[in-house]
Ligand binder design. Structure first.
Ligand SMILES: NC(=O)c1ccc[n+]([C@@H]2O[C@H](COP(=O)([O-])OP(=O)(O)OC[C@H]3O[C@@H](n4cnc5c(N)ncnc54)[C@H](OP(=O)(O)O)[C@@H]3O)[C@@H](O)[C@H]2O)c1
Length: 318
C-alpha cells in the first residue's frame, strides 16, 4: 500500500490512453509534478493484448498508473457497437489492473463514469448509488465493463492491499474531444454543428430533444487537476465523483456554445428525438470534503474548447 499523501515527484508515472481527451489533459497537468512520464502509443501496445501489456509493465515498472484508456463514445456508438464496448473495456480493465498488481505498482487510478450509475438513481447522484438498480440499456455493455474495473480495483485493494482507487467523472469536454458526426458526445456535437452553421451561414440549427433536460459539464483540464489531487491525497475503496456540482438545461447550454462559436442564427428543438433522463448531476460533496473544486467556468471552458476545436480542425484539414 502506498503512503498517503502519495508524492508523485520523481515517480515513474504511466498514463494509459495518453492521446485521448483525458489522457492528454493528464499529461499536460503532470508536466508540473516532476514525474518521469511513461506513455506508449496503441500501435506499440494494444491494451487488449495481455502478453504485450504484462511484458511492458514488467520491463517499465510504473509506480503510479492513471488508467485513462477506454473505448468511449456517445449514445449511438454505445448502442450500436455493443460487443466492442463490452469486450474492449472489459479486457483492458482486467489486463491493465492485473499487470499493475503483478509489476508492483504502488498506486493506480481507474476512471469510471457518471453514466454507469443506475438509470433511475436519485439526483444528484451519490457514490453509494452504484449497483442499486438497473442500468441505462443503451450503454449497459460499457457500464458493465466499467463496473467490473471498479470492482477489480476494490478486490485487489481488499485481497492484496493494493492502493487502487476509482473516480467517477461527469460529462467532459475540452481539447482532444471526439467530433465524429455520429459518435461524439453532446458538447463536441454542438461545437461542430454551430461552427458548421456559422461557416455556411445557416439561419437555424436543430438540436435534438426538447432542450429541457439538465446536464453537468466539466472542463477536462479541471478533471486532470482533480485526478492528480486525488492520486496524491486519497486512498480508499470508496468511489469519488468528479464534477462541478452544477447543471444547466440543454437549451441554455446550446446558447453558451452558440455564443462562444459566434453563431448568431436561431436554435430550434426536434421534439421527436429522445431527451434521455431529465436530469444528470453528480453529488460532489465527497470531493469538496477532500479539498477540490472545479475552477473553470462553463463560458471560459467552452471558449477554450472551441479554440482547441479550430486548431485540431485546421490540423486535420492540412
Ligand atoms: N469523455 C467523457 O465525457 C468522459 C466522461 C466520464 C468518464 N470518462 C472516462 O475517461 C476515460 C478517457 O476517456 P476519453 O474521453 O479521454 O476517451 P478518448 O478521448 O476516446 O481516449 C481514449 C484513449 O484510450 C486509448 N485506447 C482505447 N482503446 C485502446 C486499446 N485497445 N489499446 C490502447 N489504447 C486504447 C485511445 O487510444 P487511441 O488514441 O490510439 O485511439 C485513446 O488514447 C475513459 O475511461 C472514460 O470512461 C470520459
Amino acid at each position: 500500500m502506498a503512503s498517503t499523501p502519495f508524492d508523485l515527484k520523481g515517480k515513474r508515472v504511466y498514463v494509459a490512453g495518453h492521446r485521448g481527451m483525458v489522457g492528454s489533459a493528464l499529461v499536460r497537468r503532470l508536466a508540473s509534478e516532476g514525474v518521469e512520464l511513461l506513455t506508449v502509443p496503441r500501435a506499440e501496445m494494444d491494451l487488449r493484448n495481455q502478453a504485450a501489456v504484462f511484458d511492458w509493465f514488467a520491463k517499465n515498472r510504473p509506480q503510479a498508473v492513471f488508467f485513462a484508456a477506454a473505448k468511449v463514445g456517445g449514445i449511438v456508438a454505445n448502442n450500436t457497437l455493443r460487443a466492442e464496448f463490452i469486450y474492449d473495456n472489459l479486457v483492458q480493465a482486467t489486463t491493465v489492473i492485473h499487470a499493475a498488481h503483478m509489476s508492483g505498482a504502488e498506486k493506480l487510478m481507474f476512471l469510471g463514469s457518471s453514466c454507469i450509475y443506475p438509470k433511475l438513481a436519485p439526483q444528484p447522484l451519490r457514490e453509494d448509488s452504484m449497483l442499486t438498480g438497473p442500468l441505462e440499456i443503451t450503454n449497459e455493455p460499457y457500464a458493465i465493463a466499467k463496473i467490473a474495473g471498479i470492482k477489480m480495483a476494490e478486490a485487489y485493494r481488499s485481497q492484496y492491499g493494493s492502493d487502487f482507487i476509482s473516480v467517477m467523472p461527469t460529462n467532459l469536454y475540452g481539447p482532444g474531444d471526439n467530433y465524429h458526426p455520429e459518435y461524439s458526445h453532446v458538447v463536441a456535437a454542438l461545437i461542430r454543428r454551430f461552427h458548421e452553421a456559422k461557416v455556411t451561414g445557416a439561419a437555424n440549427v436543430v438540436v435534438w430533444g426538447t432542450g429541457t433536460p439538465r446536464r453537468e459539464f466539466l472542463y477536462v483540464d479541471d478533471l486532470a487537476d482533480a485526478c492528480v489531487h486525488l492520486m496524491k491525497t486519497y486512498s480508499s475503496d470508496e468511489l469519488v465523483n468528479i464534477g462541478t456540482g452544477e447543471d444547466i438545461s440543454i437549451a441554455e447550454f446550446a446558447r453558451v456554445v452558440a455564443d462562444a462559436v459566434g453563431y448568431t442564427g436561431t436554435i430550434s428543438y426536434d421534439h421527436s428525438k429522445p431527451d434521455g433522463t431529465p436530469r444528470k448531476l453528480l453529488d460532489v460533496s465527497r470531493l469538496a470534503q477532500l479539498g477540490w473544486r472545479a475552477s473553470t467556468s462553463l463560458k471560459d471552458g467552452i471558449r477554450r474548447a472551441y479554440q482547441a476545436y479550430l486548431r485540431e480542425h485546421m490540423q486535420a484539414a492540412e
